[in-house]
Write a protein that binds this ligand. Sequence first.
Ligand code: GRF
Length: 208
Amino acid sequence: MVNTAVLVSGGGANLQAILDSYFFGQIPGCNLSAVISSVPDAYALTRAKNAGIRGFTVDASLFPNEASFNNAIFGKLKDLDTELVVLAGYRHELDRPTLRYFKNRIINIHPSLLPAFSEGSSYGLQVHQKVIEAGVKISGATAYFVTENDFGPIILQQAVAVDMDDTPQTLQRKVMEQAEWPILAQAVTLYCQGRLRVEGNRVRVLSE
Ligand code: GRF
């Protein structure tokens, strides 16, 4: 079983996608061991509690600086004997020691088809605003391994059509429902099944 910890900071919609798959038995090989929040009252913690998954808070606001906060997160992940880390609406950058220790074991999702629209926060409406301004017809989401250069090897991508009537809000919703949630859960599943092999900057998905 792959001990998996999910890092969150907010509403936990991405976490919910994992929880739903998990409880439908769609993530075989995964032991969802903990949800760790950087914000004490994040709704993601309520989602974890409702699902019977252990929730922990490492309150970023209580630390004098980002380095000591990151150190606490790293310590917590190790204490929990974590093998796989999933970032699900986590609003902090992990530090180098954490990224090195968990090399090719940290999965994140970005709400665009990388490397397009990689600039700025992956949280909120910013990316979708830029997509609409650029006039592209296709957007989507990318699940990838986080590396020291941030965007590491791409695990999965899912495209979503951008319609003329889309607003950043409607596009965000579509991207979440049709791309982010399914591929995040699928990427975790593939990892836990031992079906992801990183070859340089590419990820080979092995057949079952
Ligand atoms: C959304 O902005 C989504 O596009 C991004 O994270 C946000 C959802 O956060 N990836 P959460 O999972 O509800 O906390």
